[in-house]
Design a protein around this ligand. Structure first.
Ligand code: GSH
Length: 190
């Protein structure tokens, strides 16, 4: 099994954590240029990471990769409630990725523009909804939804995209998990 990704991507990190005790090769790519981008083009026309190669087959998108691995490794599948949690996390994470790419492309994202506003509104709505779920006792284990929540929060803090000070529940959740071995082993800072 070969996982194509980068050490900084929160979507890739989810799958690295899921694969922590499964033998696999990890290809750390510089996805935006050079030979690594050519390799990515040849493997995945969506030009996104992660993607997984297994038994001569390519699987795209972390969510689909998780379903593929759950099937293959006999992990439990996701409930509809967990699918919804992933949709919330992915929505905020995608908006954060968009804002980061805009910033890297020298857009001033503090301007009052519709596109920026839509991303920011989505981010705040989702972070509030996730905080409410934590208040209600959600995300209390360490399965795929918690892994995805953790990797998003940690990446946002790492990239300094949001200080999360208005969401103490999210910071507390982050604190609760940050010493896990598979978490420290995949820390984008090291
Ligand atoms: N829905 C995808 C999102 C993956 C994604 O956005 N990955 C980012 C890295 S964090 C990426 O490859 N971005 C490249 C681009 O947007 O061109 C998944 O869950 O795998």
């Amino acid at each position: 099994m070969k996982l194509y990704g980068s050490t900084t991507s929160p979507y890739v990190r989810r799958i690295r954590i899921v694969l922590a005790s499964t033998e696999h090769a990890f290809l750390n790519l510089q996805i935006f240029s050079g030979e690594d981008r050519e390799l990515l083009v040849s493997r995945n026309p969506t030009l996104k990471v992660p993607c997984l190669e297994d038994d001569g087959q390519m699987i795209f998108d972390s969510r689909i990769i998780y379903n593929y691995l759950a099937d293959k490794l006999d992990h439990e599948g996701l409930s509809w409630e967990e699918e919804n949690q992933l949709t919330l996390i992915d929505a905020a994470n995608d908006s954060f990725v968009q804002l980061m790419l805009l910033k890297r492309s020298d857009f001033d994202i503090s301007q009052d523009k519709m596109y920026f506003r839509l991303q920011n509104e989505r981010i705040e709505a989702v972070l509030s909804a996730l905080s409410e779920q934590l208040d209600a006792g959600g995300f209390s284990g360490w399965t795929y939804p918690e892994i995805c929540l953790y990797t998003m929060i940690d990446w946002v803090l790492f990239r300094e995209l949001h200080d999360m000070k208005d969401y103490p529940q999210l910071l507390e959740f982050h604190e609760q998990h940050h010493n896990r071995i598979e978490v420290t082993a995949t820390d984008p800072r090291s």
